[in-house]
Design a protein around this ligand. Structure first.
Ligand code: GUN
Length: 281
C-alpha cells in the first residue's frame, strides 16, 4: 500500500511555487499578493490563517491578514473587499469561513472580484469550472486531484465515487474528475447503499464529515482512497475513512493528518500565483 505523503507533496509544490515567484519577480518586478480577511476569534480559523500566512511568506508572496472582531458590520467587510478588488498589489482575496451569523456568506463571496477569488467559491468560478473553462479551483479538491494524479496519471475511464456533495469539496471534486474522463458517482447522506457504491470505485474521495465512515469491506482491492475528513473524536483527530481497515485493501491512501491538509494551503498559494499570472496578460 502506498501511504500518500501530503506533507512531502505539499513541500515539493511549495518549492516549485517559490521558484515561479522568483521568476515572476524578475520578469514583472513585483510579486503576487494574498490578502486574507479573518473575522472573529475562532481558534481553528486563527490556526489556518496563521499557517496560510507562514506558507505565503515561505514562497515569497506578499501576504497580508486583515483581522476584524466578531461584531464587525457586514458593510465594513464589503467595503474592504471593494478596496482590495481595486488594489493592484492584491492578486488574491480570501475571506476565512465560517463567518459570524449576521454576515451573509454569499454576499461576501460574490463581492470578491472573480479574478481574485483564490477560493474558487464565486458563482462565476463555479460555473467556469463546471463548463470546463479556466477558473480558480477550490483548494482542497485541487489538492486531492494533484495527489490522485501523482498515483495514477491517466484517470480516463476510471470509476470514481465522491462521498459528500458540498460546494467546498464534493461538487468541485466531481468536476475535476469528470474533466479527467472518470465516470463519477456523487454520493451523500441519503444515498441508499453507500457501501455498494464505494465497492464499485477505482477512486474514492471521502468528504462527508463522518468519522471513519468508509470501512475496509467498502473498498475494492487496489482502489485509490483520498480522505478529506478532519473529525475530532474522543480518540483524537480521525478522517472519514477507517485508516487501519482500508489500508489493507487500498492501493494508495491518504493519512489524517498529513494527507490532504498540507496540500490545501499549498494550492491556495498556487491559486494566488495563477490569479497574478492571469492579471499580467
Ligand atoms: N474555512 C475552512 N476551509 C476554508 C477554505 O477552504 N476557504 C475559506 N475561505 N475558509 C475556509
Amino acid at each position: 500500500m502506498i501511504l500518500i505523503d501530503g506533507k512531502k507533496a505539499a513541500a515539493e509544490l511549495r518549492a516549485e511555487l517559490k521558484e515561479e515567484v522568483a521568476e515572476l519577480k524578475s520578469k514583472h518586478n513585483k510579486v503576487p499578493g494574498l490578502t486574507v480577511i479573518l473575522i472573529g476569534d475562532l481558534t481553528p480559523s486563527q490556526i489556518y490563517v496563521r499557517n496560510k500566512e507562514k506558507s505565503a511568506n515561505e514562497v515569497g508572496l506578499k501576504s497580508e491578514v486583515i483581522k476584524y472582531p466578531d461584531s464587525i458590520e457586514e458593510k465594513t467587510v464589503l467595503e474592504k473587499i471593494q478596496e482590495l478588488n481595486s488594489d493592484e498589489t492584491v492578486s488574491g482575496i480570501l475571506v476565512q469561513l465560517p463567518l459570524p451569523k449576521h454576515i451573509d456568506k454569499q454576499k461576501v463571496i460574490e463581492a470578491i472580484d472573480p479574478s481574485k477569488d483564490v477560493d474558487g467559491f464565486h458563482p462565476m468560478n463555479v460555473g467556469n469550472l463546471s463548463s470546463g473553462y479556466e477558473s480558480s479551483i477550490p483548494c482542497t479538491p485541487l489538492g486531492c486531484y494533484l495527489l490522485i494524479k501523482k498515483i495514477e496519471p491517466n484517470l480516463s475511464g476510471k470509476k470514481a465515487v465522491v462521498v459528500g456533495r458540498s460546494n467546498l469539496n464534493g461538487k468541485p471534486m466531481t468536476q475535476l474528475l469528470l474533466k479527467e474522463n472518470c465516470t463519477v458517482t456523487i454520493t451523500h447522506s441519503k444515498t441508499k447503499d453507500l457501501k455498494a457504491e464505494c465497492l464499485e470505485a477505482d477512486i474514492i474521495v471521502a468528504a462527508v464529515g463522518i468519522p471513519e465512515l468508509v470501512r475496509g469491506d467498502w473498498v475494492k482491492k487496489d482502489a485509490i482512497v483520498i480522505d478529506v475528513g478532519i473529525n475530532k473524536t474522543d480518540n483524537g483527530i480521525v478522517g472519514d475513512v477507517h485508516f487501519d481497515e482500508v489500508s489493507k485493501n487500498a492501493k494508495a491512501l491518504t493519512p489524517v493528518p498529513g494527507g490532504v491538509g498540507p496540500m490545501t494551503i499549498a494550492c491556495l498559494l498556487k491559486n494566488t500565483i495563477d490569479c497574478f499570472k492571469r492579471s499580467q496578460i
